[in-house]
Design a protein around this ligand. Structure first.
Ligand code: URP
Ligand code: ZN
Ligand code: ZN
Length: 459
């Protein structure tokens, strides 16, 4: 069915104008003033609203066997939560462990999503070992449309690769034109520091941050950058959390290294005192890299404002209270992860745009357009233009609300951002022209989401 969105303020990177948007056959077919609606066309009045391109979360975990348990969401729950929060596309980390076969893992992750997601999705393929069959398998996965890899320098013996495997992955990525995303913390240092702290009887969640200090992340970031420099591959540092790591990335960039940076919502808005709360309250705020000293937040916001930090993701990774308690005797056993897929856009708008830390242009860029460009989705996604998919967020800047686990759609029993006030939220969200969300409620078609095939673009 055709859709006409009338009189909204359309915001894309580099442009802002009041106009109508006409949608047919899942795509935007016309943008202009006073477009006519023929009979049977659904009309939405967007007067007083901002109209954004559908937001893209470039870093989520949905199906994830990790730390003796599984992340809580399914594609049904995560995609509905994502859409209610204005995210119309997410890129999930496909994470088979070192003991698993990569290709079998890829098929498993795809099967978990297929027919279950209400929004569109893609994958970053994790390379968690590099053995004889890896190159052929990765070539097959790229040919299938998954044109980005993921490596972990952390999580020794589980997801983590050694330097030789990192080199082989980057060297292959360069040949294939594939960008490599990386979790940059040195696994050996983390393991040693964990052992030392636990031996001293320091077992609570407040010791998670000291077990993986800023210098450990800066080292991982610098080493990843050096490997990019010497292979010529393009890279993307996920969930960068602190000033020291940002310096390492930007120093490499200034030498011409093709390195990009993502920050995630928890590091922008929460600090390490949340993880220092006693007992399970602290455990709820354990993720890696850890929540940092508050002074880092201003540096991250400034990096975002200037574009030195490219994107904002969530690293959405829900474990409930009972799962967090797996780490009651040792912080090293607390399942790492903080969910945020539902709240990213509203919190970024509130604490970024409304608080004057981010202009509207960078907001759209960081939460949508830049990810689309880096990960081979632009201009199908990440903008509003004739020919683009009609993923549209009609955003009400006058809405006022409070984040609460009681009203969330993510499959979890707490919300790390509990009590934060939001100023603005999506009032209508479309996926390829179909209204999926209206006024905070999912009213659309479950399973509408499609796997997005992407071409390599980083030669
Ligand atoms: O703590 C985190 N970040 N959990 C999810 C896995 C990862 O490292 O991204
Ligand atoms: Zn990570
Ligand atoms: Zn992650």
């Amino acid at each position: 069915m055709a859709l006409l969105i009338r009189n909204g303020e359309i915001v894309t990177v580099g442009s802002r104008a009041r106009a109508d948007i006409f949608v047919e056959n899942e795509t935007v077919t016309r943008i202009g003033k006073n477009l006519e609606a023929s009979a049977g066309v659904e009309v939405i009045d967007a007067t007083g609203k901002l109209v954004f391109p559908g937001f893209i979360d470039p870093h989520v975990h949905i199906y994830l066997p990790f730390m003796s348990t599984f992340a809580k969401d399914t594609h049904e729950t995560a995609s509905i939560a994502a859409l209610i929060g204005g995210t119309t596309t997410y890129i999930e980390m496909c994470c088979p462990s070192r003991k698993d076969d990569a290709l079998a893992g890829y098929e498993l992750w795809k099967a978990k999503a297929e027919g279950h997601s209400a929004c569109d999705y893609a994958f970053h393929m994790s390379v968690t070992k590099f053995v004889e069959e890896t190159e052929a398998q990765l070539r097959q996965i790229v040919a299938d449309g998954t044109a980005s890899f993921k490596i972990f320098l952390a999580y020794k013996n589980f997801f983590g690769v050694d330097d030789g495997e990192m080199y082989q992955t980057l060297e292959l990525a360069k040949r294939l034109g594939v960008i490599v995303t990386a979790h940059c913390e040195d696994a050996e240092l983390v393991a040693r520091l964990q052992q030392k702290l636990l031996a001293e009887g320091k077992t609570g969640p407040e010791w998670h941050e000291p077990s993986r200090p800023e210098s450990v992340e800066a080292e991982g970031t610098g080493r990843f950058a050096t490997f990019l420099e010497n292979t010529g591959a393009a890279g993307y540092v996920v969930h960068l959390s602190c000033e020291k790591a940002l310096h390492a990335a930007l120093a490499a960039k200034s030498r011409g290294v093709r390195i990009h940076v993502e920050s995630v919502l928890p590091h922008l808005l929460l600090d390490k005192t949340f993880a220092e709360r006693p007992g399970v309250e602290g455990m709820k705020h354990v993720m890696s890299p850890p929540l940092r000293a508050k002074k880092n937040q201003a540096v991250l916001w400034n990096g975002l404002a200037t574009g030195a930090i490219d994107t904002v993701g969530t690293d959405h990774c829900p474990f409930d209270t009972e799962q967090k308690l797996l780490g009651k005797d040792s912080f090293a056993n607390i399942p790492n992860g903080i969910p945020g897929i539902e709240d990213r856009v509203n919190l970024l708008y509130t604490f970024g745009v409304k608080r004057g830390q981010l202009d509207l242009d960078r907001f759209v860029d960081a939460a949508s357009t830049r990810a689309a460009k880096l990960f081979g989705l632009f201009p199908r996604k990440g903008t509003i233009a004739v020919g683009s998919d009609a993923d549209l967020v009609i955003f009400d800047p006058e809405y006022r609300g409070v984040i609460s686990a009681k009203s969330q759609h993510v499959n979890n029993d707490y919300n790390a951002f509990e009590g934060m006030e939001i100023e603005g939220r999506p009032s209508v969200v479309t996926v390829r022209g179909k209204v999926q969300v209206r006024d905070g409620k999912f009213i659309g078609e479950r399973g509408r989401g499609r796997f997005l095939k992407r071409e390599p673009s980083h030669f």
